[in-house]
Design a protein around this ligand. Sequence first.
Ligand SMILES: [Ca+2]
Ligand SMILES: [Ca+2]
Length: 258
Amino acid sequence: MSRFAIPCVLLLALVAAAAPQDKKPPEKKDPPKLLYAIPLVVKPGEKQKVAVRGKSLATATEVKVTGADGAKVKFVAARAAAPPNNYPAERLGDSEVELELELPKDAKPGEVKLVAVGPAGESAPYTLLLRDGTQVVAEKEPNDGFDQPQTLAVPCAVEASIKGERDVDVFKIEGKKGDTLRIEVQAARYGSPVDAVCVLYDSSRAVVASASESPGRPDPVLTATLPRDGAYLLSVQDANDLGGNQFGYRLVVTRPEK
Ligand SMILES: [Ca+2]
Ligand SMILES: [Ca+2]
């Protein structure tokens, strides 16, 4: 063995120790994803606390707001937050950010978006559901059956939730023969986990119309011409009987122009 043999063996061992196969590949991180806001409906012109649930948000460092001049967003916190009841994280998220949001009074529905920023990049934009000029009504529980409906004056926009598993929300609407009612649920398209089903009954509890979706969209839109004067009952529930404080929806009832 030459006098260089031992140092060469040592050198090879050192090179082997530093070989790339011994290095752990960097952990692949997903960019953040925003799913839905709690509360689901945001009020322009007011400073409000909003939590936004999603995926990979625990390490988010910033949330940006676009689509409204003068909109302000303050990043308060980010945390891991498992969905309740072992519900799927794909729909309910595994983490959330807490924000203080102030949108200008003239913010336009459909145009205001949030983007979360984290170590692995930016989320896709999330479109906030905003109040518009429609009369706002807060949902009043209990409203769980035909015997205890919440009376609505049309037109209105009810800010409601499927508050727990098997929650049913029943609303009463007075109508005249020949009136057309348009009933729309806004939920899934704004990321809400609510998969809504709407049924309109007449006063004898016969079904007038029902909807569980609208063309190309999971949120129901129901249009019905009323067959007689009287009280009508509208039920809203989750197709899978799931529910909880994250299950927000907005119910918009109007009489469209003929
Ligand atoms: Ca409810
Ligand atoms: Ca209810």
